[in-house]
Write a protein that binds this ligand. Structure first.
Ligand code: MG
Ligand code: MG
Length: 255
């Protein structure tokens, strides 16, 4: 992060952020379509690379090389919360849940989005976890309006998640996004309503609830990246990049 100031983006910049995020959305849509039992997380990585090759060669995968991360995608299965690394060893099985997180940089502007999907038939509790996490993202987005406070967004996520008996991951947060992948402010998925900075037109945020079935406690595996729930129970993750506009939240990473 270059400075603590939150940069307000112009309409022209928001247009560029939309272009980057639309690429992310299109690639994620392709990946969603190939998830099935028997494929590996590296198959998804290869499909992502293939999709990028079809596009303008100025499109760069944002995560690859980020602090040494080795891949374009983060692929996190079941108890993996975020930052799982694609590997040929990870074969998806019926009943798993998979989260895929992807980002690009294009013309100097970043896009970032993530989804969680079932692999084949999953348990009712897995379905509920994914459904609630997805709805946490939607209520958070609806709260991202001019005049509200930053932690109104956080509180919207926490209230819905905990109201359904789930826990909110505290160790990772959403973030501003623009000409850097991670910009101020940090956007926790928990917090007190009415607190935090006042939301203004031109702020661009990546909002990303990470919600656990059991404990909120996580640990990072020996690979230095993969975050898992410390009780081994499921975790889900959804993310959109949004711009706060006079007309309300504009979801940049929605198709
Ligand atoms: Mg992301
Ligand atoms: Mg993000």
């Amino acid at each position: 992060m270059k400075s603590a100031a939150i940069i307000l983006r112009t309409d022209a910049e928001i247009k560029k952020l939309r272009e980057s995020n639309l690429i992310v959305a299109e690639v994620l849509e392709v990946l969603k379509g190939i998830v099935e039992p028997g494929i590996t997380t590296m198959d998804l990585e290869r499909a992502c690379v293939k999709e990028l090759k079809k596009r303008d060669n100025k499109v760069k995968a944002a995560f690859k090389g980020y602090r040494g991360f080795p891949a374009c995608l983060c692929t996190s299965v079941n108890e993996e919360v975020v930052h799982g690394m694609p590997t040929d060893k990870k074969v998806l099985k019926n009943g798993d849940i998979l989260s895929v997180d992807f980002g690009v940089e294009y013309n100097g502007y970043y896009g970032d989005s993530a989804f969680t999907v079932p692999v084949g038939d999953v348990s009712d509790e897995a379905k509920k976890l994914m459904d609630v996490t997805s709805r946490c993202l939607e209520v958070a987005i609806e709260t991202a309006i001019v005049g509200n406070r930053l932690y109104d967004i956080s509180n919207a996520v926490q209230t819905l998640a905990e109201g359904n008996g789930f826990s909110v991951v505290k160790a990772f947060v959403g973030h501003g996004i623009g000409t850097e992948l991670h910009e101020p402010p940090q956007i926790p998925n928990f917090g007190e309503k009415g607190r935090g900075i006042r939301l203004k037109e031109g702020m661009v945020f990546a909002i990303e609830p990470m919600i656990n079935l059991g404990t909120d406690d996580i640990k990072v595996l020996g690979d230095g990246w993969t975050a898992v729930t410390s009780d081994g129970k499921l975790s889900a993750h959804f993310e959109h990049s949004i711009a706060i506009t006079a007309d309300g939240p504009y979801v940049l990473s929605r198709l």
